[in-house]
Design a protein around this ligand. Structure first.
Ligand code: C2E
Ligand code: CA
Ligand code: CA
Ligand code: CA
Length: 277
């Protein structure tokens, strides 16, 4: 009776998705194994709103592939997790980011670097041990880094993740909750976790200057964060008015295109030399 099931269910758009996923998996494996620099890191400055000085950089991965062109990190990170490749990607990110941070420290810059970790990463004890050893080899202390994780990371397998977070926190690492506001956790819940910073998701910040709803949400989050003694970063600041609102409301740190786009190491160095910040 189901002899024509394939025909009934066949959808070309699903096949296209499947083929793209397969190509990404194959090409990413190859990129990780080869020395060609398909993968690179860019860094986006964050400024301390009380001093208007650069305080940190978020490290963001980029992938340019010959066949696929530019592949958005959101897309290939998700596929890397499903294909068992995320450990290799994160290891590469850690090595490159810490090497670049070390370079900037030697140049005399004091900013910290924020690295993104995925759900599987914070459950992977050997990977986290590797982070500690890369940092130690570079003669950098854990407070040179911030680790960004999302709320969902703490729901997936809460006990193991939280145990690993606690272990790293006691060694001096700091964690920030990324994309805050898009998940389910409340600030009260975060209070019990080894997290000292939240990053308000850019969806609430992009139209802050004009959207009354966003204003209300951001104002409320800032008030509660102060009560819970959490530092707040606003990401996705694209205009001066939003920056001023955030500053006025006591937001600690801002990141976004208005300050700078994410920049490759050389461009960042140039930006740092010429920036009035
Ligand atoms: P995210 O961690 O939330 O990173 C912030 C994203 O917002 C970045 O996108 C950044 O380029 C973008 N952004 C920054 N300022 C603005 C702005 O003013 N306006 C707008 N419209 N966008 C802005 P990107 O680089 O495409 O990264 C997307 C996501 O991919 C990241 O979201 C993160 O979840 C993931 N990702 C990127 N690099 C890494 C990495 O090295 N490791 C892991 N695990 N995930 C990464
Ligand atoms: Ca992030
Ligand atoms: Ca984010
Ligand atoms: Ca994100």
């Amino acid at each position: 009776i189901h002899s024509n099931a394939w025909c009934v269910h066949y959808r070309p758009e699903l096949e296209a998705k499947y083929v793209r996923r397969l190509t990404i998996t194959t090409e990413l494996k190859r990129a990780l194994a080869s020395n060609q620099s398909e993968l690179s890191m860019v860094y986006q400055p964050k400024i301390d709103l009380s001093t208007m000085k650069v305080c940190s950089m978020e490290a963001l991965i980029r992938w340019n592939n010959e066949t696929l062109g530019f592949v958005p990190p959101d897309e290939f990170i998700t596929i890397a997790e499903q294909a068992g490749l995320i450990e290799q990607v994160t290891t590469w990110v850690m090595q490159r980011t810490i090497a670049d941070l070390s370079y900037f420290r030697q140049k005399g810059y004091g900013f910290t670097v924020a690295m993104n970790l995925s759900t599987q990463d914070i459950q992977n004890k050997p990977l986290l041990d590797k982070l500690v050893s890369i940092l130690t080899d570079a003669a950098l202390s854990p407070d040179a880094l911030e680790l960004e994780i999302t709320e969902s990371d703490l729901v997936a397998d809460a006990s193991l993740a939280i145990e690993n977070l606690n272990a790293l926190t006691s060694r001096g690492f700091h964690f920030a909750i990324d994309d805050f506001g898009t998940g389910y956790s409340s600030l009260a819940y975060l209070k019990n976790l080894p997290v000292d910073t939240i990053k308000i998701d850019k969806s609430f910040i992009l139209s802050l200057a004009t959207d009354d709803n966003d204003k209300q949400i951001v104002h409320t989050v800032l008030g509660l964060a102060t009560a819970f003694d959490l530092k707040v970063v606003a990401e996705g600041v694209e205009d001066e008015m939003s920056l001023n609102i955030l500053k006025e409301w006591g937001c600690d740190i801002a990141q976004g295109y208005f300050i700078s786009r994410p920049l490759a190491k050389d461009a960042l160095e140039e930006w740092l030399e010429n920036s009035p910040l």
